[in-house]
Design a protein around this ligand. Structure first.
Ligand code: SAM
Ligand code: SF4
Length: 337
């Protein structure tokens, strides 16, 4: 293919530059976390899923449109067959200086196999989802997860020199006895830690909302033990950060339901079928598969991306007083969080 010039960077109608793409490479997973999936999930037919080459081409189009950060997610990205070929292909944007960061979010179940290769591709840090360090509770939350494998994955990531950030979904009455312990463990291991509020996604959203734990309550709880200092840094996402004065450790809080974070939103989400979601909390999406397949030239695809960004909404629709029903009908594994 003829190399193509970089085109205009993406700026949405509210003046926000879109520089961050999250790509779900599969809707499948080897876990069935209770807040993310039903136990008897029906997954997409394989024929609907973009090939790894197509995903690479799509990501390349976003990079040419000025995207500087790519996060690979899922489902569980590391269960997709041959996914390392995609990471290798995407790594070339890092070496070319067109991308600042390539990273992934994973449940770490397969990370012991892949950590060294991921580091070799140029990945510097990984987000690992871990809601409990207790094997039985971990199994209850993930339904199918083996905690020992996850710890092997975390060790492999450390050994490969990857920086680790732990993501923990806060669940009232489930893992709320472990928060201080998680803070201490992450501090001792040198891991960043981010707590996430449960979001009302999919048909399971409603029943989980009785376990909704506002992170303001968690913050107050941590403040009884440590001095938390607000960190000004914003990442364009729904996280805000504090530093524990006593240890220097950084803790993040992702609070999509209790705080509005949309003003600085810099991201869009691509599904493994080529649908682009301009906002995590809204249903509107743009199909990029048709323009991708329509032509060997990337011109229709580049144009479709630019048009989609013109539809990026001002903000999301999560509203706490509507938690009796899921606000967004799709499951989290569709867009990867
Ligand atoms: N399988 C990978 C993992 O678990 O890290 C990547 C995909 S997973 C959908 C991405 C993140 O979304 C995980 O940290 C998970 O805990 C979070 N998540 C899934 N469903 C959620 C929900 N209903 N509310 C809040 N976070 C959720
Ligand atoms: Fe799988 Fe991640 Fe969803 Fe858990 S949160 S079921 S590990 S995709």
């Amino acid at each position: 293919m003829v190399p193509q010039e970089r085109t205009d960077s993406l700026v949405d109608p509210f003046g926000r530059p879109v520089t961050y793409l999250r790509v779900s490479v599969t809707d499948r997973c080897d876990f069935r976390c209770v807040y993310c999936m039903a136990e008897d999930m029906t997954f997409l037919p394989k024929a609907d899923i973009l090939t790894l080459e197509e995903l690479d081409r799509l990501c390349g189009a976003f990079v040419r449109h000025g995207v500087r950060k790519l996060r690979v997610t899922g489902g569980e990205p590391l269960v997709r067959r041959n996914v390392m070929s995609l990471f290798r292909a995407l790594g070339r944007h890092l070496s070319a200086g067109a991308l600042d960061e390539l990273t992934l979010t994973t449940n770490a179940s397969q990370l012991s196999r892949f950590a060294a290769e991921l580091a070799d591709v140029g990945i510097k840090r990984v987000n690992i989802s871990l809601d409990s360090r207790d094997p039985e509770r971990f199994l209850a939350i993930t339904r199918w997860g083996r905690l020992d494998r996850v710890f092997e994955g975390i060790e492999a990531a450390k050994a490969a020199g990857l920086r680790v950030k732990i993501n923990t979904v806060a669940f009232k009455g489930v893992n709320d006895g472990e928060f201080e312990d998680l803070v201490r463990w992450c501090g001792a291991e040198g891991f960043d830690l981010t707590f996430i509020e449960v979001m009302p996604m999919g048909e399971i959203g409603a029943q989980k909302m009785d376990q909704f734990l506002p992170l303001t309550a968690l913050r107050e709880r941590l403040e009884r033990r440590w001095t938390l200092v607000d960190v000004e840094e914003r990442t364009g996402g729904p996280a805000h950060y504090v530093r524990i004065a006593e240890t220097g450790q950084r803790i993040g809080f992702i609070t999509p339901l209790t705080h509005n974070f949309c003003e600085g939103c810099n991201r869009v989400r691509l599904t493994c079928t080529g649908k682009l979601y301009m906002c995590l909390g809204q249903e509107d999406s743009a199909d990029l598969r048709a323009p991708l397949r329509e032509s060997e030239s990337d011109a229709p695809l580049m144009a479709a991306i630019a048009t989609a960004i013109e539809r990026k909404p001002r903000g999301h629709d999560f509203v706490v007083d509507r938690l009796d029903r899921p606000t967004v009908p799709r499951h989290m594994n569709v867009t990867g969080g």
